[in-house]
Design a protein around this ligand. Structure first.
Ligand code: GCU
Length: 426
């Protein structure tokens, strides 16, 4: 039997074998590493057919659950229901319609709920509109200044700057925060391109602080065990519940729903897209460690650092890989491979070294063999492309100029990517 081990030998420094938690910012200090092969079962036998891949896919999902993100409840609560709370025709000067839907998870408790904002072009083709389902950091009202969007009443993370600028008061959003993140959400551009945008505030599902999982969706499901979901698992589960609603809306093209997230929400988008095959495009914007970046490179943010700064994001089982990335039974190229044969877009920013752009690129590249087994092309290039030059098709990647952010360039590329998917047949 020929093993498909592929070894990446990079320049090794005797001082750097990933033993310290310190981030590495110098390629010559990246330790040598061997990536676990997505196309070899745990027992060492190779995966040579799409049918075998289905089994390997299940095995990999279990490994990511057990060692990284934690096990997540399957499916939706039986008593989940959708409440339409607002509809506005003639939004954006007549270009769009707006709807606000509250997803209730339990008849017994008002909280938690998920408030989904759906903005659609006024003219929808017979097949429905291609749709971005996007998680947001600061409340639905932060994506656009319109007073039509209900101000979120949920708990918000805050920074000194947000308080100083009067955007957050006592961990609640103020009227001043309307549109505060609009530079990251070119709503008019999306609508004019014929795409719809559905978005929700991630903190509705689980407020982003370490409270021992007393609040958010964890409160409903009970205290998670050490190998059960952390906050990323919860946010990803919330994205699937939002997708449950989108499948009921005839204006949405179910064959063209992309899940989008930036940074920690990019990690979330990848995990949601790996698990939930209804997402036909998965977009990871600057997701970094625990997202698209290979953990074994130890470049930029490392496992030990992320687990210390954000102990609630992953399962406790992930802690055993602090300063010990080489022992992980998986690496992040396999997370991307779990999306195959569906589309995935990994985007980096050149100044975002904390997220390891090269590591994000390499993970997208090393997911390739799984795409090829399923009859699709992988990234199709060996080396990091030039700035602002997207490469690949089904697996697509770009590194743009600038810093950790979401820009119009990023969105213009995501619009092209979603529109290149064939529309649903009716
Ligand atoms: C921190 C964290 C990253 C994360 C980012 C974000 O920088 O270390 O892992 O991606 O926050 O979500 O904004």
């Amino acid at each position: 039997m020929i093993s498909r081990l592929f070894t990446l030998v990079l320049l090794v420094s005797p001082l750097a074998h990933g033993l310290s938690a310190d981030p590495i910012y110098d390629e010559t200090q990246v330790p040598s590493y061997t990536l676990p092969d997505p196309l070899v079962f745990k027992n060492g036998s190779p995966v040579t057919t799409p049918a075998e891949w289905e089994k390997r896919r299940e095995e990999l999902l279990r490994l990511f659950e057990s060692h990284v993100y934690g096990k997540t409840p399957v499916g939706r609560p039986t008593e989940m229901r959708f409440e339409s709370r607002k509809k506005v025709n003639g939004f954006l000067g007549g270009l769009a319609t707006l709807e606000e839907i509250r997803i209730h998870f339990s008849p017994a408790a008002e909280e938690p709920f998920l408030d989904l904002l759906v903005i659609k072009p006024s003219q929808i083709p017979e097949t429905g509109a291609p749709t971005f389902l996007a998680l947001n950091f600061n409340g639905n009202h932060s994506i656009h200044p319109s007073p039509e969007i209900t101000l979120s009443g949920s708990w918000m993370r805050t920074s000194e700057e947000d308080v100083k600028n009067g955007l957050i008061d006592d961990n609640r959003a103020t009227e001043n925060s309307r549109g505060s993140k609009s530079s990251r959400w070119p709503v008019e551009k999306l609508i004019k391109s014929g795409t719809a945008l559905a978005t929700f505030y991630y903190g509705d599902i689980d407020p982003d602080f370490d409270d021992g999982f007393k609040n958010g969706i964890h409160a409903l499901f009970g205290q998670p065990a050490a190998d059960e979901w952390g906050s990323i698992g919860a946010w990803a589960w919330g994205a699937s519940r939002a997708m449950d609603f989108l499948t009921t809306d005839k204006d949405i093209d179910k064959e063209r729903v992309a899940i989008f997230g930036h940074s920690r929400l990019g990690k979330t988008a990848l995990w949601a897209g790996a698990r939930d095959q209804r997402f036909s495009l998965v977009i990871s914007n600057n997701s970094g460690c625990g997202g698209a970046a290979l953990s074994r490179r130890c470049f930029g943010e490392r496992v030990g650092r992320i687990n210390t700064a954000f102990p609630h994001w992953f399962s406790d089982a992930f802690l055993q890989y602090n300063e010990n990335e080489a022992a992980l039974p998986v690496d992040q190229h396999q997370l991307i491979a779990l999306i195959a044969p569906r589309r995935v877009y990994v985007a980096s920013a050149v100044e975002d070294e904390w997220a390891d752009p090269r590591g994000e690129f390499l993970a997208a590249k090393h997911a390739g063999p799984v795409y090829e087994l399923l009859g699709k092309k992988g990234l199709g290039v060996c080396d990091l492309p030039g700035l602002n030059t997207p490469v690949g098709d089904t697996v697509r990647y770009h590194i743009r100029a600038g810093k950790h952010d979401v820009t119009d360039f990023d969105w213009e590329e995501y619009i092209k990517a979603i529109k290149s998917i064939a529309a649903a047949r009716r």
